[in-house]
Design a protein around this ligand. Sequence first.
Ligand code: HEM
Length: 201
Amino acid sequence: MTTSPVLTALRNATARSHAALEQHLAVASDGATRTDYLHYLEDMHGWLRAFEQALWDAEWPNELQAPARAGKLAWIEQDLNSAGMSRSEIGALPASVFAPDLSSEASRFGLAYVIEGAQLGTKQLRQRLDQALDGWEPRWLEGYGEQNGERWRGFLHALAGHVHTPQEISAACDAAAAGFDSLAGWFEQRRGERAELAMVK
Ligand code: HEM
């Protein structure tokens, strides 16, 4: 599959943010622990919770199969639950106030690129965390499982078909960049809150 102009633009707009995320996230570092992974999940949960439902409930072309992409919070909840958190503890986790611009199809595609793309790194993350997870196969790291490649190609196909004018591409890039910025800010906020809590204890 050739790379569409919108995908090239999205990669250019977000590559630096992705690299910075990987650099700062404890879970992506050598020697990451199970606790680092659980903190990562809690924070992804808090970020996604602010908008997952609104994003996938919005209008999408049928070919994107939005309903099949809409359950990632549930995967994370499954993991937090199997790590010992009760439903009410999960419900009480801090949530971000990110309110993305979902007003145009292009901006929705831009944000969805961030979420769907996040599944691509899970295999590598799974390998890095192998020892720390000690046999635990978390749902979030499984992603779409056997269908990971197919789902990503389906996403790219719909993206290329629906986001092509310069204005649309620019709106998608703004939305993806805003997604990465808000996630990085949220991770930083949560890191600070955990450090403060550790000092109080
Ligand atoms: C936690 C540590 C992470 C690691 C180790 C990681 C690693 C990776 C890797 C290896 C790829 C390329 C996979 C491939 O081309 O087959 C990738 C792609 C991507 N990741 Fe991550 N990632 C991480 C977190 C995230 C997060 C939190 C997000 C956003 C929520 C994200 C968004 C993306 C996107 C959008 C792409 C697609 C890039 C493209 O091909 O256009 N990643 N990641």
